[in-house]
Design a protein around this ligand. Structure first.
Ligand code: ATP
Length: 234
């Protein structure tokens, strides 16, 4: 039995992973506070997402799925995990990366380079749709005209529509985005503060837009942002 004569547990620098009980724990899992090893973290992280996909029937075999790829951490991890799970569990999906280039110099041009790298690394075809091609204006040009006030609102509306247009060009059945549990919690609070009851009831749905041009789903609905940050570097 571990512990000294006084009954105190012996201090040990190297704790064992509480899942496999074999390897040394490498991190405290943000979602459960369990001390676990790298290998078990990868496994539980990916397995939980697989369970969410299965339990919510997010995809059907043979479907064409676009992953909204911004080049940020959430959608980059989503693209990797979905392509892995698709192979591992034979989902039978045709996956695509879909990026919207808003035309914001020094911001999206950089992150699009990440998406182009992901296209090569994960072997997923990439489609980029730009505000310039779709609307004739880049976001930089729009800001020059209207100034910075309300520009985020315009950009959000344009991006939504651009994703729909890109999805139509790719002829996909659904669009998956990297919205995570923290994003959803933020949206809930925002809708409470605004008193927007209609949006409040919709914003936690894992699938939205089923009555619109293209349904959207959030496979990371229950995934903590901190774990998405840890995942690639763990
Ligand atoms: N320019 C874009 N092109 C394609 N998809 C996008 C774009 N911007 C956002 N998305 C999609 O919407 C999700 C939420 O976008 P948001 O702008 O809130 O960024 P985020 O939470 O920082 O995510 P990320 O880390 O993937 O950028 C992204 O994960 C992505 O799937």
């Amino acid at each position: 039995m571990e512990g000294s004569a006084a009954g105190k547990p012996k201090k040990s620098g190297a704790r064992q992973c509480c899942i496999c009980n074999q390897k040394r724990a490498a991190l405290k899992r943000p979602k459960t506070l369990e001390q676990i090893c790298r290998e078990c973290f990868y496994e539980v992280f990916e397995e939980e997402i697989h369970q969410v996909i299965v339990e919510n029937q997010l995809f059907k075999p043979g479907e064409r799925i676009a992953i909204g790829a911004s080049g940020g951490k959430d959608s980059t991890v989503l693209a990797f995990v979905l392509s892995e799970l698709n192979k591992r569990h034979n989902y039978g999906l045709d996956l695509f990366l879909l990026s919207v280039d808003e035309g914001i110099t020094g911001y999206r041009d950089d992150s699009l380079e990440t998406v182009k790298r992901n296209e090569m690394q994960y072997g997923l075809p990439l489609k980029i749709v730009s505000y310039k091609d779709l609307y004739g204006w880049t976001m930089d040009e729009i800001v020059k005209m209207i100034g910075l006030k309300n520009n985020c609102t315009f950009c959000g509306v344009f991006r939504r529509q651009a994703l729909d247009r890109g999805a139509a060009l790719l002829k996909v059945d659904k669009l998956a985005t990297g919205h995570n549990a923290d994003d959803i919690a933020e949206t809930v609070l925002l809708n409470i503060l605004r008193g927007d009851i209609a949006r409040l009831s919709r914003c936690t749905s894992i699938v939205t837009g089923e009555d619109g041009p293209i349904p959207r789903c959030k496979p990371f609905k229950y995934t903590y942002e901190k774990e998405i940050v840890i995942y690639p570097s763990c």
